[in-house]
Ligand binder design. Structure first.
Ligand code: S3P
Length: 435
């Protein structure tokens, strides 16, 4: 599917992003292995979180759609006793599904095989395979046990003390899940803070978890089912925040956005660029901070992004690169080599596709440099099946003078199935999108 996006004279209105993808995966997996029954509201409608539900069902978890509310699930916890799957598990495009479930499967005394789509089958799994093997799991994968599919013979794990080589919430969460099912304590040292949704939810579900700075200690034990309302996804909200700040005549309100400090790097970066952002109605939902955010046309300045802020905005780098095209000066983004092992090599694909649209952008080994402001002339570009690239390129069409044709636009549905409708809503009927 292709979408053509042209800049409207005015960008205006309110949107509510879908439920947070990271929190949704965790709510489903953790309640799936917990004792008791939980209701999860505002579960992400995206393809990735559907992959998690599909795998959990194949492992014997009973999950029902509850029609008394939107995106409401009832999950009957298995108390940690999953069923050996009769088929290969398919994590689709979702790295979070594969890495988090690898931790659960490593602790389960049966054989399972987990695979994914052509993108996921190129993504590194050694970062979870190595420490899970050190805990006693038997895991094989392609390419020297580093690539999917993974074959896992689980059970009889022992706790470990381990220093994570990358600041990855997926690796941390995988190991914490395995640690619940191991003998003895597990201690994890993180090189930098990454999103802490697992830690928050584990504590709410009664896990024996202690945090001292960047070190986590977990003693094994069961989880107790916990009802949760999932906040809106700040990674989805980011497209509208950038669009409003970079458009010459815009005011957009994004409602019900999760503003957990381990995820708000995009707000900090935009503010450093001079963005007019207002955070309203701060509140708490499901053990997570939530707010509404108003973004308005702004005069943007180039900044440098590197260091500790990076894990707090890693998924927003593609759309921040679009903001940088409209900002005065040279924006330098470093320390983001992890982008090379996301759904695509996002350093390469962002640089290639923004350059096609007229951006002055170049690749660094661990990042990119964007010179602005440029008048994006638009043109035809490609998502390569990467949801965040598809949506970022659409925002380039929304804020630049030349229309942008995004090929592979359907990729947005991996995290944000309503993206194109919300775009049309903000751009005004007929002004923004033509299929
Ligand atoms: C995620 C962690 C991040 C992020 C991904 C979701 C999670 O990946 O990029 O979109 O839900 O734990 P890494 O753990 O690989 O950094």
């Amino acid at each position: 599917m292709r979408q053509v996006v042209a800049r409207p004279d005015r960008l205006e209105g309110e949107v509510t992003p879908p439920g947070d993808k990271s929190i949704s995966h965790r709510a489903a997996i953790f309640n799936g292995i917990a004792h008791g029954t939980a209701r999860v509201a505002n579960y992400s409608p995206g393809g990735d979180c559907a992959s998690t539900l599909r795998c959990l069902r194949a492992l014997g978890v009973n999950i029902l759609r509850d029609h008394s509310g939107p995106r409401l699930l009832t999950i009957h916890g298995t108390g940690g006793v999953l069923r050996e799957p009769v088929q290969v598990l398919n994590a689709g495009n979702s790295g979070t599904t594969m890495r988090l479930l690898a931790g659960v499967l490593a602790g389960s005394s049966f054989l399972s095989i987990i695979t994914g789509d052509s993108s996921l089958r190129t993504r590194p799994m050694d970062r979870v395979v190595q420490p899970l093997r050190a805990m006693g799991a038997h895991i094989l994968g392609r390419h020297g046990n580093s690539l999917p599919p993974l074959a896992i013979l689980g059970g009889n794990l022992r706790g470990i003390e381990y220093t994570l080589p990358v600041a990855s919430a997926q690796v941390k969460s995988c190991l914490l899940l395995a640690a619940l099912l191991a003998q003895g304590e597990t201690v994890l040292h993180q090189p930098a803070a990454s999103r802490d949704h697992t830690e928050r939810m584990f504590k709410a579900m009664g896990a024996h978890l202690e945090e001292e700075g960047l070190t986590l200690r977990l003693r094994p034990g069961g989880l107790a089912a916990n009802d949760i309302r999932v906040p809106g996804d700040i990674s989805s909200a980011a497209y509208w925040l950038v669009a409003a700040c970079a458009h010459p005549n815009a005011r957009v309100t994004v409602r019900n956005v999760g503003v957990n400090a381990t995820r708000t790097g995009v707000l900090d970066a935009l503010r450093m660029m001079g963005a007019r952002l207002t955070v309203e109605n701060p509140r708490e939902e499901g053990g997570e901070p939530v707010a509404d955010i108003v973004a308005e046309s702004s005069s943007l300045e180039a900044i440098e992004i590197r260091g500790d802020i990076v894990p707090r905005l890693i998924d927003e780098v593609p759309v921040l690169a679009v903001a940088a095209c409209l900002a005065r000066g040279e924006t330098v983004i470093r320390d983001v080599a992890e982008l090379r092992v996301k759904e695509t090599d996002r350093i390469k694909t962002v640089v290639a596709e923004l350059a096609r649209l007229g951006a002055e952008v170049r690749e660094l080994p661990d990042g990119l440099v964007v010179r602005g402001p440029v008048s994006l002339r638009g043109g035809r570009c490609q998502s390569y099946g990467d949801h965040r690239l598809a949506m970022s390129l659409a925002i380039a069409g929304l804020v630049g003078p030349g229309p942008v044709e995004v090929q592979g636009a359907e990729a947005a549905s991996v995290s944000y199935p309503g993206f194109w409708e919300d775009l049309a809503l903000l751009a005004g009927r007929g002004a923004g999108v033509a299929a």
